[in-house]
Design a protein around this ligand. Structure first.
Ligand code: IPE
Ligand code: IPE
Ligand code: MG
Length: 248
């Protein structure tokens, strides 16, 4: 099926997921298959980021959340970590103007104090330079881990309890949500993981309670908008029940 046909199908297919999250996986394998160093796989993955952003806008997705670097990824060899930070800087500098033009508002979520000063600066300029975009909100998850995020929430709430501002009995789901990096955003409707891995890898543990999962066998550097559209079409065929007998 052609990409435009898929898009036409999405238009008649019903609700488009408001919030799509993606675990961008398989860059290393893509490079290995070609006898290339891993960092060239990461580099090639930028094309897929571009494609996915454009496809999300075309399909009418409001929020796109991309998992770019996990807390556990800090345990990779230093050369790979610095290559990834370099690619992130390059991306932030090169794409800022284009994303602004497209109306994409970039947010960077994660434990950013672990990032080196140069990358941090590029990221801050990226966020400042795209603020106000109304076509798509893009969350780049960097140095992000779902468990670490929840530990941080526990800390934030207990500080308020310790200060006497909060009664533990008043802590509810909404209050906890408000302490997450994603405060104020709806939970992801659809999670796409590429490279055929069937796991969450510490991504958005709280937020994904009722997210629809879609595993694509495509390696991230080969992922294009047609694959995104395929995932959205699959999502549109599902019945979300949220624990009830039928869809609300
Ligand atoms: C995803 O690709 C990118 C990051 C995790 C930063 P990988 O680097 O995990 O690629 P594989 O899984 O080794 O193929
Ligand atoms: C998940 O991929 C993290 C990102 C895509 C940023 P990994 O490649 O790090 O996950 P595992 O090690 O396969 O679980
Ligand atoms: Mg991987």
């Amino acid at each position: 099926m052609m990409t435009t046909e898929r898009l036409d199908q999405i238009r008649v297919g019903g609700d488009v997921p408001r919030h799509v999250a993606v675990i961008m996986d398989g860059n290393g394998r893509w490079a290995r298959q070609r006898g290339l160093p891993r960092h060239l796989g990461h580099r090639e993955g930028l094309k897929s980021v571009r494609e996915t952003i454009e496809g999300a806008i075309e399909a009418g997705v409001e929020i796109l959340t991309l998992f770019a670097f996990s807390t556990e990824n800090w345990n990779r060899p230093v050369q790979e970590v610095s290559a990834l930070m370099g690619i992130l800087q390059l991306y932030a500098r090169k794409e800022r103007a284009e994303l602004k033009r497209q109306g994409v508002e970039v947010h960077v979520l994660g434990q950013l104090d672990r990032i080196d000063a140069q990358t941090r600066e590029a990221v801050d300029m990226f966020v400042d330079g795209t603020s106000g975009g109304t076509e798509l909100r893009l969350n780049l998850m960097i140095s992000y881990g779902g468990r670490e995020e929840l530990v941080r929430s526990a800390r934030l709430l207990s500080e308020r309890v310790a200060q006497g501002d909060l009664d533990p009995a008043d802590i509810d789901e909404g209050m906890l949500s408000d302490t997450l990096f994603t405060a104020g955003l709806p939970d992801p409707d659809l999670l796409i993981r590429t490279s055929g891995e069937y796991r969450i890898s510490n991504f958005m543990l709280w937020q994904m309670a009722y997210t629809e999962l879609y595993i694509s066998s495509v390696l991230w550097p080969d992922f294009g908008r047609e694959h995104l559209f395929e995932a959205v079409l699959d999502y549109q065929r599902r019945e979300r029940r949220f624990g009830r007998v039928e869809a609300p």
